[in-house]
Write a new protein. Structure first.
Length: 129
């Protein structure tokens, strides 16, 4: 079991995925999530997507949150979905944010700054196994 000072390690997996449930990328994401959960990590998926197939599939996982959008890479809807996901990650206050590679978006910068804030209510954890 992975623990940090004060309890179980909490990991937010932040991903922008527009693949079907059966895709190799989606399988890789869920393989990582399953691995962490097996190790006792409290993990939540924060997924920004426009894939109806993926949205429908993720409804079966109570620890997965979907932020749906319509439009292209720089659509207002996508930026709003990313912003909402970032707000909820910050509110959850995880020990670690794992972000799947993506383009730069202003909400992601806000998330990164929140994780490196010296005035954060809980200091960066020391990991123990």
């Amino acid at each position: 079991m992975c623990t940090v000072s004060g309890g179980v390690m909490r990991v937010a997996y932040f991903a922008h995925l527009n693949f079907d449930w059966e895709s190799g990328v989606t399988k890789k994401v869920f393989s990582q999530l399953t691995s962490w959960r097996t190790e006792g990590v409290e993990v939540r998926l924060f997924c920004v997507t426009r894939s109806k197939n993926l949205m429908d599939s993720l409804r079966n996982f109570p620890w997965a949150k979907v932020y749906a959008y319509e439009g292209g890479p720089f659509s207002r809807s996508r930026l709003l979905a990313m912003g909402k996901a970032v707000e909820e990650i910050i509110a959850w206050n995880p020990d670690v944010v794992y972000s799947r590679r993506d383009l730069y978006y202003p909400p992601v910068e806000r998330l990164a700054k929140s994780q490196h804030n010296p005035n954060r209510s809980t200091p960066p954890p020391e990991m123990t196994h």
